[in-house]
Each structure stands twice: as structure tokens, then as C-alpha cells.
Design a protein around this ligand. Structure first.
Ligand SMILES: [Zn+2]
Ligand SMILES: [Zn+2]
Length: 93
């Protein structure tokens, strides 16, 4: 069961990328590190017109919670995600 394009945004800033044992949306990246990893943001960020850049290869896509490991970075000009392409796997920094 996947809802690739309907992942809720979590309070930590990532789109939900995991589930808790209760089957609630969660962020596996921040779980146990940051508050908000299991809390859905009440007011999802407005992503209209924003771009997300791949943390590894720098490719960009229109921001969407459906992107892998999407993270909304309101203080930056670009959001972040991981596109998972060949470049990403080949040269991690
Ligand atoms: Zn997170
Ligand atoms: Zn990439």
C-alpha cells in the first residue's frame, strides 16, 4: 500500500517516508533525533513554485511531498530530496 503522491508533510520538515508501528505517518530520518518526526504538520507548507534539489547529484524537480526523502527547507531557496539516479549512487559526498 503506497500513497506516493499523498505523503503528508511532517513537523520536522520532511515528507512522511515511513510508518510508525501504529501505521501512522512518520519520518525515519528524524525519528529519535528531532521532535515532530511522528507529528503531521497542521499547516502543510506552500510548495507552489518551489524547487527541490537532490542532495547528491544536484538535479532539481518541482517540490512535492511525493519526492523521495523530500525535505522542505523554508530558510533555503531550495528544498531537498534524493532522486536515486545513477549519479547519486556513484558519487556520494
Ligand atoms: Zn524528518
Ligand atoms: Zn540525484
Amino acid at each position: 500500500m503506497t500513497t506516493a503522491n499523498l505523503r503528508p508533510m511532517m513537523k520536522c520538515g520532511h515528507a512522511a517516508n515511513s510508518l510508525t508501528w501504529e501505521k501512522k505517518p512518520a519520518c525515519a530520518i528524524c525519528f529519535g533525533i528531532r521532535d515532530g518526526a511522528t507529528v503531521v504538520a497542521e499547516t502543510p507548507p506552500d510548495l507552489t513554485g518551489r524547487e527541490a534539489g537532490c542532495s547528491y547529484c544536484g538535479k532539481t524537480r518541482p517540490s512535492s511531498p511525493g519526492l523521495a526523502f523530500f525535505e522542505h527547507c523554508p530558510e533555503l531557496t531550495r528544498d531537498r530530496f534524493y532522486c536515486g539516479c545513477m549519479d547519486c549512487g556513484g558519487r556520494r559526498r
